[in-house]
Design a binder for this molecule. Structure first.
Ligand code: G3I
Length: 377
């Protein structure tokens, strides 16, 4: 591969940033600086989402996870669709594989998720009706939550239930679950049932409401934040069990308009409100896309790292934020390299390790942000 001079200089800058936190070949040595240790020093759980397929088949990926992370979550394997090949059968092999990996390595395990409008099995439509929906939902949570009870740090009980543009009262998403269960209340029935059942089957797991698009300073984010806060407040008022808000944090180094997006005041105000309600906050799915950074790798990495530093440096100031997970650890397996990726045909570099599993400037920035956070009590 030919590397231009600017690209080379850029790479040097990225590696310089890595060196700034005292790293040398961290990907090769478990004794080096790790995301896990950087977080642990501040009482923050730090880790990532895992592809179980890669964990089974890619030894270098497995080693990187073992060296780096203190908390894991499956990218797909705990979701309703992958777990439910048919209405009466369950497929637990992949989820069990990750649970065993986490246990063997002393890592915390997150559950993602019981309820989502996506990744539902093909049989859902047609089989799930107004008559049996509650039973299907309760049985699913009993079976899955029960299987991993006591082993789960936190469950994303409901994922992405707010979609203001759907036009429903309260900003709720017109999701398949909303359609088959009573959505007329200030908390849709499927959400109440899911959280109550989750608490009953796994009282030790922290119960999380998880959503995206609530990070920015734009009008859309502000409206979505307001709707999410409305849901959380109503849940508390109705004594529906809830412990934390998950802020997914799929963010951009540069927006479509070519500007560097601003994350800060609105999000921090929300986190403060959540803290005052006695709830915790988790950064659950962070990555920084470089889709609109039209430059060489070095400059792209610098822009991504800059965003990791400023975003985490901001949100970690609030001690309600107890965990940071990136959505993947290496660019080799990021979901962002799908169809609508960069127009120049290059792969995105949104994660702390590149496709060759070498630490990038984003890694250094994440480590620095974790190390610089106030110590959690
Ligand atoms: O496992 C099958 C495999 O057997 C099959 O051969 C292959 C063919 O397409 O598909 C595989 O399943 C894919 C699965 O990822 C595992 O790789 C699905 O098609 C694909 O749709 C699925 O995508 C996941 C997506 O959620 C589902 O909507 C992404 O990996 C995952 O990163 C993404 O994660 C979501 C979070 O759950 C919620 N927040 C947003 C985030 C990104 O979209």
């Amino acid at each position: 591969m030919k590397i231009s001079r600017r690209e080379f200089v850029g790479r040097g800058a990225a590696l310089g940033a890595v060196a700034a936190v005292g790293l040398r070949g961290v990907a090769q040595t478990a004794a080096g600086v790790s995301i896990r240790a950087a977080g642990a020093g501040r009482g923050i759980l730090a880790g990532c989402a895992v592809s179980v397929r890669a964990l089974r088949g890619d030894a270098a990926y497995k080693k990187l996870l073992e060296e780096q992370v203190g908390i894991v979550v499956a990218e797909s394997e705990f979701k309703f669709g992958p777990l439910r090949p048919s209405p009466t059968t369950y497929f637990f092999e992949d989820a069990d594989f990750l649970a065993a990996f986490a246990e063997a390595n002393g890592m915390k395990l997150r559950g993602h998720n019981f309820v989502w409008h996506r990744q539902l099995p093909k049989w859902f439509d047609g089989y799930v009706t107004k008559e049996n929906a509650k039973q299907v939902l309760v049985e699913h949570i009993e079976k899955v939550g029960g299987r991993y009870a006591g082993k789960i740090h936190s469950w994303d009980v409901v994922n992405e239930a707010i979609q203001v543009s759907d036009g429903l009262p309260g900003g709720f998403r017109d999701s398949p679950w909303q359609k088959v269960l009573d959505g007329s209340g200030t908390v849709p029935e499927y959400i109440a049932v899911a959280f109550r059942t989750a608490r009953r089957v796994d009282p030790k797991a922290m119960l999380v409401y998880n959503d995206y698009g609530i990070e920015g300073e734009d009008e859309g984010s502000a409206k979505k934040r307001a709707a999410v806060m409305g849901l959380l407040r109503e849940m508390q008022r109705q004594k529906i069990p809830l412990d934390a808000l998950g802020v997914q944090s799929h963010i951009s180094a540069v927006g479509k308009d070519g500007r560097v997006p601003v994350y800060g005041a609105g999000l921090m105000a929300m986190i403060a409100e959540v803290r005052k309600m006695g709830l915790k906050v988790l950064v659950t799915e962070m990555d920084v896309n470089d889709r609109y950074v039209a430059a060489e790798i070095g400059a792209r990495d610098a822009a991504v790292a800059q965003m990791y530093g400023s975003y985490l440096g901001t949100v970690l100031q609030d001690s309600a934020v107890i965990a940071v997970l990136t959505w993947g650890i290496t660019d080799k397996y990021t979901w962002l390299n799908g169809e609508d990726s960069r127009t120049d045909g290059e792969k995105e570099r949104p994660l702390p390790f590149d496709a060759a599993m070498q630490p990038t400037a984003a890694f250094a920035a994440e480590v620095r942000a974790l190390q610089g956070a106030p110590v959690r009590g």
